[in-house]
Design a protein around this ligand. Structure first.
Ligand SMILES: Nc1ncnc2c1ncn2[C@@H]1O[C@H](COP(=O)(O)OP(=O)(O)O)[C@@H](O)[C@H]1O
Ligand SMILES: [Mg+2]
Length: 133
């Protein structure tokens, strides 16, 4: 494992902290693969609006040396997709062996994004999914 990984990893209790071009401010949510932070770009020429920054889980990165490269390859492919029903990937970066994926910040009410598929039911979920091609 890259020994710098632990030192530079943006654990939620270390916020705010910088990762590559971005300053991470708070946690938006967590999934199986990553922790998603709210943050913004820093440095010369930075844009100031808030974005979502997904960072792959520390334990996954630390346990699998090939994962970082796989994640970056997949995220770059995803960044080529442009569709109203797909969250747009804005940037894919890596800092000290930690890959991160920047996308537009989605604002949600109530149960949040994680609650949406179960909220809308199987038929509506299929109807949404069938429009993505
Ligand atoms: N673009 C975004 N804007 C706002 N919140 C987000 C965004 N992406 C993810 N999240 C939050 O982070 C959680 C985990 O994201 P998800 O993409 O499911 O991660 P994983 O790939 O690890 O499953 C979501 O349920 C949501 O609450
Ligand atoms: Mg998920």
């Amino acid at each position: 494992m890259n020994p710098e990984l632990f030192q530079h990893y943006p654990f939620p209790n270390k916020l705010p902290c910088d990762l590559g071009r971005y300053r991470l401010e708070s946690v938006l949510g967590e999934g199986g693969m990553g922790i998603v932070f709210r943050g913004h770009e820093v440095g010369a020429g930075a844009v100031r609006f808030s974005v979502a920054i997904k960072v792959i889980r520390f334990e996954l990165l630390a346990g699998s040396p090939a994962l970082a490269a796989d994640v970056i390859r997949e995220a770059r492919l995803a960044a080529e997709l442009n569709h109203p029903n797909i969250v747009r990937t804005q940037y894919v970066g890596e800092d000290h062996g930690i890959p991160y994926i920047v996308s537009e910040l989605l604002r949600s009410e109530g149960a949040g994004l994680a609650g949406r598929p179960s909220d809308c039911g199987e038929r509506a979920a299929f109807s949404h999914a069938s429009k993505i091609y």
